[in-house]
Design a protein around this ligand. Structure first.
Ligand SMILES: Nc1ncnc2c1ncn2[C@@H]1O[C@H](COP(=O)(O)OP(=O)(O)O)[C@@H](O)[C@H]1O
Ligand SMILES: O=C(CO)[C@@H](O)[C@@H](O)COP(=O)(O)O
Length: 557
């Protein structure tokens, strides 16, 4: 039965699942939520339709999995909240990025067309599809040569994760897909297109991932010099009207109303990115408040006072986090993903048995064992590059390293070294911002990894910053709900909505002076290894990546 209280729905499309939350507009109270795992998960070895093996560094997804989230998680969240759909005045969404799909003029993903199901390039390329590194390197090199004004806005390097590198990969490796595609679409916008029937590009992904700066994309002469025939890419496949964050993209269509059980005609917010939408959810909209969204990867987002050039950042975009402010982004491509890899592939069976007996996850067991160690007791230092390096080196041909292993090294030692390595990676990013005149005054952590208290303490000690923690366990979905409330006209703008709907617990983990000192020493070792392997002193990782690529390509021919 209707309570008469206006409600909104936020839906967060992550790497492995989509989560819906029903939120009260008046105070941000989360009344109910539901999760829907993607049926196909991350497709990185075999294409489901054909059983065809995929080359290295590929990561695809199947678009119908996202629609399943709308069909299942949204109505389940409404039921869990015991809410009346008639009270819901808007819906907002956020997505991983840069996650891209080639579509027809109507938004149909090419992989759903007859004849394209066996073509890997016709699928969604997930943010962590890293096979376009050669294309990214060429974009960066040419932009440097031509002194393109947009390059410094991306820290001097264009990522293989982004729209142009992935599109050039399609252009060069699957011409029939490139020719057939009418739009090269961020999933953040595709999902809004599914909800409203209208395609609107959001200002966030266009800016950070689509090289849209000062009202323009890279020009045709640049693209033509990059690859003959690619010059018309922006006009033919990419450019489209933009929407500001918090604006209404359109209204819920009859078809989407049927999927979700919500009322046709309610407001649908312009699409957004999981990281950026989290800033208002934790009330971090002022300059210097850095939000680290720690899950499979970590994104660092922060508003800054004006425009600065930060080497190796992902980007700085006008209105990229909150309309009217310069938003900065940096990130680490692998964080929880690295811990997951270790748990799956490097832990003896006896640990798995012990965890089962104790009724905890292997992560929790390793964390318990690692937590009783003194800092440095394991004698290890690791580099957190198992999924490449997003910031500040922007190089996905880099790989992981653990230095110091002996016959006495145990799984919990390496696990702890990996936790620490990711904290050192975050410190490298913070120091780079500070050196570039963008001070970081507060670190606020959100995302699934918040639950690991050892990890949080390590981050506080390594960065020597008090750590505030998101008040909500589903801050991206809450952030999307905040945007829905603004799009529906219930709050005047995103900062105003954040003030009443967002939530954060301040300084939950404080640095401990003696730990800070011990980590300063270990960080110096990390920094030396970082520069040795990452800045050209020894290119062994590039040589190994090239060899792996050529051997595996041969196998998949
Ligand atoms: N107790 C734990 N300690 C450290 N990492 C964990 C723990 N439990 C799960 N993880 C890792 O956290 C990641 C999931 O984070 P989450 O924020 O839920 O996902 P996503 O990034 O897809 O939104 C996985 O990579 C998983 O390996
Ligand atoms: O890169 C971005 C945002 O710019 C993220 O969407 C991407 O790292 C995926 O984040 P998750 O690890 O799935 O939370």
């Amino acid at each position: 039965m209707s309570s008469g209280e206006p409600l909104v729905v936020g839906v967060d499309f992550g790497t492995l699942s989509g989560r819906a939350v029903v939120v009260r507009v008046r105070d941000g109270a989360e009344l109910g939520s539901a999760v829907s795992e993607y049926r196909h998960g991350v497709v990185d070895r075999i294409l489901p339709e054909t059983g065809r093996g995929l080359p290295p560094d590929w990561a695809l997804q199947v678009p119908s999995d996202y629609v399943d989230v709308l069909r299942t998680a949204v109505p389940e969240a409404i039921r869990a909240a015991d809410a009346d759909p008639a009270d819901v005045i808007g819906i907002g969404t956020d997505f991983t990025a840069c996650t891209m799909v080639p579509t027809t003029a109507d938004g149909v993903p090419l992989c759903e067309l007859p004849g394209f199901a066996g073509e890997p390039h016709a699928y969604v390329k997930l943010w962590r599809h890293h096979a376009a590194q050669p294309q990214a390197d060429r974009i960066t090199a040419l932009a440097r040569k031509r002194e393109e004004s947009w390059l410094p806005r991306y820290g001097g390097l264009i990522s293989s994760e982004w729209e142009f590198a992935k599109a050039l990969e399609v252009f060069e490796e699957a011409p029939e897909v490139y020719t057939r595609m009418r739009h090269w679409v961020e999933l953040a916008d595709w999902i809004v297109w599914q909800l409203t029937g209208t395609y609107v590009r959001n200002a966030c992904t266009a800016g950070y991932k689509g090289i849209f700066q000062d009202g323009r994309y890279p020009d045709a002469s640049f693209l033509e010099e990059l690859a003959p025939g690619f010059g018309s890419f922006v006009d033919d496949k990419l450019a489209h009207p933009l929407g500001a964050l918090g604006d209404k993209a359109g209204t819920l269509s009859a078809r989407a109303a049927e999927w979700t059980g919500l009322r046709e005609g309610i407001a649908v917010a312009v699409g957004n990115v999981d990281a950026h939408v989290t800033a208002p959810a934790v009330q971090a909209v002022a300059p210097g408040q850095m939000v680290a969204i720690m899950g499979t990867s970590t994104c660092h987002v922060m508003n800054g006072d004006g425009l600065r050039e930060v080497p190796g950042m992902c980007g700085v975009v006008d209105g990229g986090i909150v309309s009217g402010q310069w938003g900065y982004e940096a990130g680490q491509s692998g964080v929880g993903d690295i811990f997951a890899w270790f748990v799956e592939h490097a832990v003896p069976a006896s640990y798995v048995d012990d965890a089962r007996e104790a009724g905890i996850s292997v992560h929790e067991l390793l964390t318990r064992l690692a937590a009783v160690q003194e800092i440095g007791e394991h004698g290890l230092v690791a580099l957190d590059w198992h999924s490449g390096n997003r910031s500040v080196l922007v190089d996905h041909d880099l790989s992981g390293v653990v230095v110091g292993q002996t016959l006495a090294t145990r799984a919990e030692d390496t696990y702890r070294a990996l936790l620490e390595a990711t904290a050192f990676g975050t410190r490298t990013i913070i120091e780079t911002f500070e050196r570039s005149g963008v001070p970081v005054t507060e670190l606020i952590v959100a995302g699934g990894l918040v639950k690991n208290a050892l990890l949080m303490q390590i981050y506080a000690d390594v960065t020597n910053l008090p750590l505030s923690v998101a008040g909500s366990a589903q801050s991206p979905a809450l952030g999307s709900a905040i945007h829905a409330a603004v799009a529906a006209g219930a709050h005047p703008d995103v900062p105003a909505a954040a003030a009443v709907m967002g939530s954060v617990r301040r300084a939950v983990h404080r640095p401990i002076a003696e730990n800070v000192k011990a980590y300063d020493d270990l960080y110096a070792e990390y920094a030396a290894l970082h520069d040795y392997f990452g800045r050209g002193a020894n290119d062994v990782m590039h040589r190994l990546a090239a060899r792996r690529r050529s051997v595996r390509k041969g196998l998949h021919r």
